[in-house]
Design a protein around this ligand. Structure first.
Ligand code: SF4
Ligand code: SF4
Ligand code: FES
Length: 335
C-alpha cells in the first residue's frame, strides 16, 4: 500500500500507521472505532488482537519484548533496521514485526533460533559500522544475542564521507571493518549531527518531511554503503532549509542527532542521566499549548523533549518550544 500524503491528525485514522492508540511506553488510550478481533498464535499462546494491528502491537499488548530501532511510535514503519524480525509459519523469510499486520490463524514465533541469529547478525553489522555507544538498550541486546561486532576486524580509518567522490563503494580488503565514521557536524549553537552514530533508519527524514514537519531539510544522499543523511548539497545547517524544530532529534534512536548542550556535556564528561529530572509542562510561547518535557541537571535545562502521546504535538515542537529556554536560566544580575 502506498503511504498517504495527507497528514493524519490522529494516528488511529491513518491506515498506514500502527492502529493501536497506546504509546508503547504507556500513555493515553483513544478507543477509536470498534474493530473486529483477529485470532492468532503468538509464541504458543492463542491470543486475539484488533484487526489492523501489527505483530509488534500484539506483542506489546502481551508484554513480549521485540527489539526495535527504526520503528517509531509517531511514525509509519520504515522496515529499515530489521531488528524486529520474527518467524511466521508459512513464510519463507523472516518478517518485520513492526509493520506486518496480523491475520486470522497466523502463527508467530518471536524468539526462535532463527530470529535470534538474525538479530545477532543485524547487531554485529550495525555495531561494526556505526558508533552505538549512545543507543539505549543496545548493550543489553548485544549480550542477549551474543553479538560480536569486533569479529569483522578493527574499524577502518575514519574519513569525511561527504568528501567521497560519488560512485561505487570501494571494496574493503577484509582486514578492517568499513564504518560510517565521520567528524561530528557542529555548525550551529542548537544541535549537533554526529553521523558516525547513524544507522540510516530514516526516522529523521520522515519527521522532517511529509510525516510531520514538511521542511524537507534532510534526505538520503548517495547509494549503497555510501548512503547517508544530508542536507541539500551537504550545506551547513544554517544555510539549509532547516527550521530548527528538533523533531529529527526527538525520533533519532542512536543519539546521532543531539542537543548541543548534551554533545558538549558528553565531551566534558558531565552528562549524567541518573542525575536528571524530567518535568512535563506546557510551552508558554503561543496558544497552541504543546507539551514540553524539560530535562534538568543541576537545576539547568539540558534538553527538551515532548511526550509522544500528547494529542497536541505528538512529540513534535517548533524551535521556540524545543530550544527557546536559555532565558529561563540566564541568571545575570539585572543592571
Ligand atoms: S530540526 Fe526540523 S527542519 Fe531541521 S532537519 Fe530537523 S526536522 Fe528538519
Ligand atoms: S540521524 Fe538518527 S534518525 Fe536519522 S537516519 Fe541516522 S540514526 Fe536514524
Ligand atoms: S524496527 Fe522493524 S524493521 Fe526496524
Amino acid at each position: 500500500m502506498q503511504p498517504s500524503h495527507e497528514k493524519p491528525r490522529k494516528r488511529e485514522l491513518d491506515p498506514e500507521r500502527n492502529h493501536h492508540c497506546e504509546s508503547r511506553r504507556g500513555g493515553t488510550v483513544d478507543l477509536g472505532l470498534p474493530r473486529r478481533l483477529v485470532e492468532l498464535t503468538l509464541d504458543d499462546r492463542t491470543v486475539s488482537a484488533p484487526e489492523g494491528s501489527t505483530i509488534l502491537d500484539a506483542c506489546t499488548a502481551l508484554g513480549i519484548e521485540v527489539p526495535t530501532l527504526c520503528w517509531g511510535d509517531t511514525l509509519r514503519p520504515r522496515n529499515a533496521c530489521r531488528m524486529c524480525m520474527v518467524e511466521v509459519e508459512g513464510s519463507r523469510t523472516l518478517v518485520p514485526a513492526c509493520s506486518r499486520r496480523i491475520t486470522d490463524g497466523m502463527v508467530v514465533r518471536t524468539d526462535s533460533e532463527r530470529t535470534r541469529h538474525s538479530r545477532k547478525l543485524v547487531l554485529e553489522l550495525l555495531g561494526s559500522s556505526a558508533d552505538l555507544s549512545t543507543t539505549p538498550e543496545v548493550a543489553g541486546w548485544m549480550a542477549e544475542y551474543g553479538a560480536d561486532p569486533g569479529r569483522f576486524g578493527p574499524p577502518a580509518p575514519g574519513e569525511d564521507r561527504d568528501e567521497r567522490p560519488p560512485g561505487e563503494h570501494e571494496a574493503p580488503d577484509g582486514s578492517v571493518a568499513a564504518t560510517v565514521h565521520q567528524p561530528a557536524k557542529v555548525d550551529n549553537d542548537l544541535y549537533v549531527r554526529d553521523y558516525g552514530k547513524c544507522i540510516l533508519c530514516y526516522k529523521c527524514v520522515d519527521a522532517c518531511g511529509e510525516q510531520w514537519q514538511n521542511s524537507f531539510a534532510i534526505a538520503v544522499a548517495g547509494r549503497g554503503f555510501d548512503a547517508r543523511i544530508s542536507t541539500e548539497f551537504a550545506a551547513p545547517l544554517p544555510e539549509s532549509a532547516c527550521v530548527y524544530c528538533g523533531n529529527c532529534i526527538e525520533v533519532c534512536p542512536t543519539g546521532a542527532l543531539s542537543f548541543k548542550t548534551e554533545f558538549d556535556m558528553r565531551a566534558e564528561g558531565t552528562w549524567d542521566e541518573s542525575r536528571q529530572q524530567r518535568t512535563t509542562t506546557v510551552c508558554t510561547y503561543c496558544g497552541v499549548g504543546c507539551n514540553v518535557t524539560l530535562h534538568t541537571q543541576d537545576n539547568e535545562i539540558v534538553r527538551v523533549t515532548s511526550p509522544h502521546d500528547s494529542s497536541v504535538g505528538h512529540g513534535n515542537l517548533c524551535i521556540k518550544g524545543r530550544f527557546g529556554w536559555q532565558h529561563v536560566q540566564n541568571r545575570e544580575p539585572r543592571p
